[in-house]
Design a protein around this ligand. Structure first.
Ligand SMILES: Cc1cc2nc3c(=O)[nH]c(=O)nc-3n(C[C@H](O)[C@H](O)[C@H](O)COP(=O)(O)O)c2cc1C
Length: 196
């Protein structure tokens, strides 16, 4: 019965990894958007690096990640279901994705839950969306992005667009998050260029 329901509904099992790059607002908005779209989602598992918590506090001035009704896993918890392909999480969003985490994934260094989960998603040929953030990039970053792309991952830079004339910082950040939601295969109403 459970298998039948899962097939019929095709609800997603999503991992959100938050790392210590600038752009905690992107992580916050992704969690907000997933909450709003919960009818399309079976499970959300969240894992944060230590620096992600630091950057969230620094940039957003609170620890409100604690308030989301998702299951949070410790950074070194290899008992988390998505540390194994058998748990069948279909999508992983790393938002924001630091150059350190990108480098660990590109080189197969699965020494924490974030890099292990990404390794699993890639080996199972599922969807990895890495919302990379730094500027400028050095050649090591660029080569790591190339490697992750060749391994099947999607590099989705935290580069906002302005053609929707966003009026607030949140609206600017949402231009990136709407692309992440599209890439994750979730249906949402968002600005579409030249559509009424
Ligand atoms: C306020 C702040 C902003 C940072 N911004 C970035 C960034 O935009 N990109 C990046 O790659 N690292 C950034 N870092 C550095 C990372 O946090 C650091 O390299 C860390 O080791 C990454 O590890 P993690 O991926 O496990 O979080 C920032 C650090 C701080 C404290």
């Amino acid at each position: 019965m459970r298998i039948f329901v899962n097939i019929m509904q095709k609800k997603k099992k999503i991992i959100v990894a938050i790392t210590g790059a600038s752009g905690a607002i992107y992580a916050k908005l992704v969690l907000d958007n997933l909450l709003k779209l919960s009818a399309q989602i079976d499970k959300v598992g969240v894992v944060m690096s230590d620096n992600a918590k630091e950057v969230w506090r620094c940039e957003l001035g609170n620890d409100d990640y604690d308030r989301y009704p998702f299951t949070f896993y410790a950074k070194m918890d290899f008992n988390a279901p998505f540390a194994s392909g058998s748990a069948k999480f279909d999508t992983m969003i790393i938002v924001p994705c630091s150059m350190g985490t990108l480098g660990r994934i590109a080189n197969g260094i699965s020494n924490d839950l974030i890099s292990r989960a990404a390794d699993v998603i890639l080996k199972e040929r599922r969807k990895l969306i890495a919302v990379v953030r730094d500027t400028p990039f050095n050649l090591i970053h660029i080569n790591n992005m190339k490697t992750v792309t060749e391994a099947g991952g999607i590099i989705c830079p935290a580069s906002p667009s302005f053609y929707s004339i966003p009026k607030t910082i949140e609206a600017v950040a949402q231009t990136v998050v709407s692309r992440i939601i599209d890439l994750a295969g979730l249906e949402d109403e968002s600005y579409r260029w030249n559509e009424d």
